[in-house]
Design a protein around this ligand. Structure first.
Ligand SMILES: Cc1cc2nc3c(=O)[nH]c(=O)nc-3n(C[C@H](O)[C@H](O)[C@H](O)COP(=O)(O)OP(=O)(O)OC[C@H]3O[C@@H](n4cnc5c(N)ncnc54)[C@H](O)[C@@H]3O)c2cc1C
Ligand SMILES: NC(=O)c1ccc[n+]([C@@H]2O[C@H](COP(=O)([O-])OP(=O)(O)OC[C@H]3O[C@@H](n4cnc5c(N)ncnc54)[C@H](O)[C@@H]3O)[C@@H](O)[C@H]2O)c1
Length: 461
């Protein structure tokens, strides 16, 4: 029983990274906390049908390809064409490890998990599966998203998938059309091409991932096309026709694209439709998302919302931090020290992409005098040793103060090494000079920072 008349001080709806971050932080701060999860296991979409399964599959594909393309194994006559089931096998083990580890967090911290669909019935009460009633002083909504499914697309057709069902493919299709070239569409395009499928990537916008630095976008487009992905920009679907032997995507431009299967990767929508929000006077936008203030409070100050259900940036990494920040606010502690403005992106295409801070486009528009330093991975010893020489690190820094303003990277280990640049960028004291005044391990991919920093520094006059 909480200090008030409620069952809990805080009740969290959803056990993805957003919910877990909020629940654990609040519990450590001394609040009584309960959570609800409608899926049979905790972990959220992140663990069961989003981040973890897609990244685990990608890792298996990359490793398998590294072996199969290695000249030594070829010489030994090692060839293989693993099935979808074989490629996916490791994923179930990883999910199960994640679930049991995360479940232990709830158990050890005395946070009961109520399995079932939570719905508000009044300001301080929810029901679980329309049965058990639970009261709480505060709430966190961290219910995530589901694929946006337009009514005119038949998702019951066995060859039409969305971003939650695509990993259930029971065989390796010969070809796939991916409609929607956001992060999900682009990552899957890369992954499926790497297992030898013919891939059509249909973009409703005029360039891929336009939130990234232009040079990185150009590199991604070049490498995807070089690998054989067919990319079509500025297209809209007219209809999608499911057949016995394939799927035809009819585009408004008159083009027709037939493939073995189709992945609808065009957008996700917030899981807010059956939450009883009308009973607490909360509204959502056209994408089912909730609006929050800087402390992650909705229009009702005792109801917080974090993670994908509030929209941008819709990342597991950010969801967790937002959950913790919301809990800190409830605890009356400082909640603005989470650097939520500098969230890096890690995009697991081939080549991998990672980025933090300002792009050249943004700096130019803001008339900030900046300079660029670059390092090509092909000249790094570590990249040569790994046989993985595609890539580049680009540092953007202020010409006068030498403060790092943006770090953009593609190639091997991009999403790991970005954090070195992020730390320097966020530091009050460090500047570009850190990278060439500090000794890094050798040979490493991190050496790219020294090379890029010197390259940029030498451009100054
Ligand atoms: C294919 C794919 C790949 C991705 N890859 C990455 C990546 O590489 N890196 C990254 O940072 N992000 C990635 N993301 C995004 C990441 O998965 C999400 O940002 C993250 O899962 C959001 O966490 P969340 O806590 O908001 O919600 P979720 O993880 O979606 O969890 C929400 C939970 O709430 C539960 N729930 C919903 N409604 C109710 C209810 N009424 N009652 C009880 N429970 C409810 C759901 O069952 C679910 O378990 C990817 C997403 C997808 C789809
Ligand atoms: N590596 C990663 O970090 C990673 C990987 C996959 C997904 N994600 C996250 O998952 C989120 C969703 O991925 P995505 O590829 O769908 O991105 P996205 O938001 O770019 O959506 C793709 C397309 O769908 C449209 N759209 C989005 N929501 C819609 C809706 N409800 N109704 C109609 N159209 C809609 C968008 O305008 C866009 O054209 C992203 O925001 C991304 O951050 C991250």
């Amino acid at each position: 029983m909480s200090e008030h008349q409620y069952d809990f001080d805080l009740f969290v709806i959803g056990t993805g990274p957003g919910g877990e971050g909020a629940a654990m932080q609040a519990r450590k701060g001394g609040l009584s906390v309960g959570v609800a999860e409608k899926y049979r296991q905790i972990g959220g979409g992140c663990t069961h049908w989003g981040t973890i399964p897609s990244k685990a599959l990608r890792y298996t594909i990359t490793n398998t390809n590294n072996v199969l393309k290695n000249p030594m194994f070829r010489e030994l006559g090692i060839h293989a064409n693993p099935s979808m089931e074989q490629l996916r096998r490791g994923t179930a083990t990883i999910i199960s490890k994640q679930v049991s580890m995360r479940q232990s967090f709830y158990d050890r911290n005395d946070v009961p998990v109520h399995t079932g669909h939570a719905k508000f019935i009044d300001d301080h009460t929810i029901t679980i599966d329309d049965g058990e009633q639970i009261t709480s002083n505060r709430f966190v909504i961290s219910t995530g998203t589901r694929p946006y499914r337009p009514a005119d697309v038949n998702f019951d057709h066995p060859r039409i998938f969305d971003s939650d069902t695509i990993l259930m493919l029971d065989r390796k299709p010969t070809s796939i059309t991916i409609y929607g070239a956001g992060v999900i569409g682009t990552e899957y395009a890369s992954m499926f091409r790497n297992i030898g499928m013919k891939v059509n990537l249909i973009n409703t916008r005029s360039s891929l991932l336009d939130f990234l630095d232009d040079e990185i976008v150009d590199a991604l487009s070049y490498h995807l096309r070089d690998q054989g992905v067919v990319i079509r920009h500025d297209e809209e679907y007219e209809r999608i026709e499911g057949l016995d032997d394939g799927v035809i995507l009819h585009l408004q431009s008159g083009k027709q694209i037939k493939s073995d299967v189709l992945l609808w990767g065009n957008g996700r929508t917030g899981n807010t439709n059956a939450l009883g929000l009308e009973n607490v006077n909360l509204d959502v936008n056209s994408r089912g998302q909730l609006e929050v203030n800087g402390h992650f409070q909705t229009a009702r100050e005792h109801i917080y919302a974090v993670g994908d259900v509030i929209g941008y940036p819709s990342l597991a990494s950010a969801a967790y931090t937002q959950g913790r920040a919301a809990a800190m606010h409830m605890l009356g502690e400082k909640d603005d020290n989470f650097r939520l403005h500098d969230i890096p992106t890690g995009i697991y295409t081939s080549p991998e992409i990672s980025s933090v801070g300002k792009t050249e486009r943004e700096l130019t528009a803001a008339k900030i005098p900046y300079e660029v330093g670059q390092s090509q991975f092909k000249s790094l010893a570590r990249a040569q040793i790994m046989g993985n020489t595609v890539g580049m690190l680009k540092l953007l820094f202020h010409r006068e103060t030498l403060k790092v303003l943006g770090v953009h990277c593609f190639g091997a280990n991009a999403s790991e090494i970005i954090h070195i640049g992020q730390a320097v960028m966020d530091s009050e004291d460090l500047t570009l000079e850190y990278f060439f005044e500090t000794t890094f391990n050798y040979p490493t991919m991190a050496e790219a920072y020294r090379v890029a920093a010197l390259n940029g520094f030498n451009r100054l006059f």
